[in-house]
Write a protein that binds this ligand. Structure first.
Ligand code: F0G
Length: 500
């Protein structure tokens, strides 16, 4: 059928761009929300004392960008798998399927999960796995001289990881790479660990480093990815010093996508092969399956058979089994129902799809660029799971002092528009010692994008709202902290009010 128009379209350079507009999925099920008025939101904001964590989720009638964790919409295939959950007590069918999926997803170096000592431990979420790891580690390590502490370095510990480390008497040290702090830097892999700092730390305090942690992607460090080169080099240092390397692997697939698209030499390597390479360098990993497991609940701690960690801490696995039985149930279900397990296995298989990742990360990029285009200072290049607003730059030139926590005020005001974002900066990561504030190196408000939930138009509206508030930033008041300033993990509990 000769058709000039078809011929024209086929050779049109715009045609490929039109292809990229398509979502690789369509809605199979939706949920209506109840109508909410500004009055309702004001009332809820007061009831929540301006704290986003205490604000009723059913009053967030715009975009709920509080977290990308456990907030994913499930695929129809995942819902179907829920029906096939095996609810036997102990060694249910799902556990074996999960083991197999771990090998498929993370590579053959994790294949020996039939080891004499168990090395695959399920938990109900990531922080439970972290708690198990660090509390048993603290009990396993020989005591140090008075006043000395063990140190666990990372490219950026997540807040619960850090809290779990500190709660066990160990120091959590963040070795952010210098490019992260440089606003002008266009470097793609700002999630990297500062290798010079790591090398120096190993040289001076190596004896006190029980393991090294790499968070991929680096949630605390602007949600930025970590390059394969950085993972490899951290591994070289870890091997040379005999110190095990762990991955905090929550967003492993998104990290792999960035390596494929932005790191030299990986353009033709499939996502699964990139994931396998990343995990080859590790001796163990903790993972919250609520992110790249595309699940609403789930976590795991996995030790590599024959790896540095198992070699350095023999008996750890047995202690971990006892711990898990006390806290989460038998290791083969670890706080999860059989149907949870089936759903997350399906999620792990889906998350490495190239079309899914391209759309997912593309959406976060488009959202970030929209904010940037409207003049809102955000961490650039944009990361994979969230857009991070630079609070210091946002309020530059205004009268705010850091202890006025304008980032908290911004999140409170956004709730009035129906959008929920989260301050991850001076308040969340800062500390008050009774006399003064100790400010962290980073100061962000984060807009985390749930997976498969929102459309670009929803996020464009958030960008417009934030830009609107940016244009009246001089008028945004700071906040007083009326409760919780001195508490640990204070951002979850604090009460605020707007300054007069
Ligand atoms: N590690 C990282 C890098 C995380 O981002 C999180 C959770 C955890 C560990 C803990 O996992 O929630 O399953 O216990 N991050 C969420 C967030 C809560 O909003 O960024 P969990």
């Amino acid at each position: 059928m000769p058709n000039k128009v078809i011929e024209l379209l086929k050779t049109d350079p715009e045609f490929a761009r039109f292809e990229s507009f398509k979502r690789p999925y369509r809605n199979a099920s939706v949920r209506f929300r109840k109508p909410i008025t500004l009055e309702d939101r004001l009332e809820a904001l007061n009831a929540a004392h301006l704290n986003v964590f205490l604000f009723r989720a059913d009053y967030v009638d715009g975009c709920d960008l509080l977290s990308d964790s456990g907030t994913s919409a499930m695929t129809a295939e995942q819902w179907a798998q829920l029906m096939l959950g095996d609810e036997s007590y102990g060694s249910n069918e799902g556990f074996f399927a999960f083991k197999e999926q771990v090998t498929t997803t993370f590579g053959s170096s994790w294949a020996n999960l039939e080891a004499r000592h168990p090395n695959l431990f399920l938990f109900h979420q990531g922080r439970a796995a972290e708690n198990a790891l660090f509390s048993i580690l603290a009990r396993t390590l020989p005591p140090l001289e008075k006043g000395q502490r063990y140190i666990i370095p990372s490219n950026g510990h997540f807040d619960t990881t850090e809290a779990n480390i500190i709660a066990n008497g160990i120091e959590a040290r963040n070795l952010f790479c210098p490019e992260l702090r440089d606003r002008a830097s266009k470097f793609r892999f700002k999630g990297n660990m500062d290798l010079a700092l790591l090398e120096e730390l190993i040289e001076t305090e190596g004896e006190r480093i029980p393991l090294i942690y790499l968070t991929i992607t680096n949630n605390t460090g602007g949600g930025e990815p970590v390059s394969m080169e950085n993972i490899r080099k951290v591994r070289e240092l870890s091997l040379a010093a005999g110190i095990p390397l762990f991955l905090d692997a929550c967003r492993f697939a998104e990290n792999a996508w960035f390596i494929r698209h932005d790191e030299v030499g990986y353009q033709d390597v499939p996502i699964t092969a990139i994931v396998h390479e990343m995990f080859r360098y590790a001796d163990g990993f903790t993972i919250s399956l609520k992110k790249d497991g595309l699940s609403n609940m789930g976590g795991a701690l996995v030790l590599k058979e024959g790896g540095l960690f198992v070699g350095r801490y023999p008996g750890f696995s047995d202690r971990l089994t006892d711990y898990q039985i006390l806290v989460e149930g038998h290791p083969t279900y670890g706080g999860l129902t059989g149907r949870d397990l089936k759903g997350l296995i399906e999620g792990l298989a889906t998350v490495v799809r190239e079309d899914y990742l391209t759309h997912r990360i593309g959406q976060v990029q488009r959202f970030g660029h929209e904010l940037h285009r409207r003049g809102v200072p955000v961490v650039m290049p944009v990361g994979g799971s969230a857009v991070y607003i630079r609070v210091n730059s946002f309020f530059e030139g205004t009268r705010h002092r850091p202890e006025d926590f304008p980032g908290v005020a911004l999140t409170a005001l956004l709730l009035l528009f129906g959008h929920r974002l989260c301050e991850l900066g001076h308040f969340a990561f800062g500390r008050h010692d009774g006399e003064q504030e100790h400010l962290p190196a980073v100061n962000f408000v984060r807009a985390a994008v749930p997976r498969l939930v929102y459309e670009d138009m929803d996020l464009a509206h958030v960008a417009e709202t934030v830009a609107r508030l940016h244009s009246v930033r001089d008028a945004i008041p700071g906040v007083d902290v009326n409760h919780g300033r001195d508490l640990t993990l204070r951002h979850f509990k604090a009460h605020f009010s707007f300054k007069a």
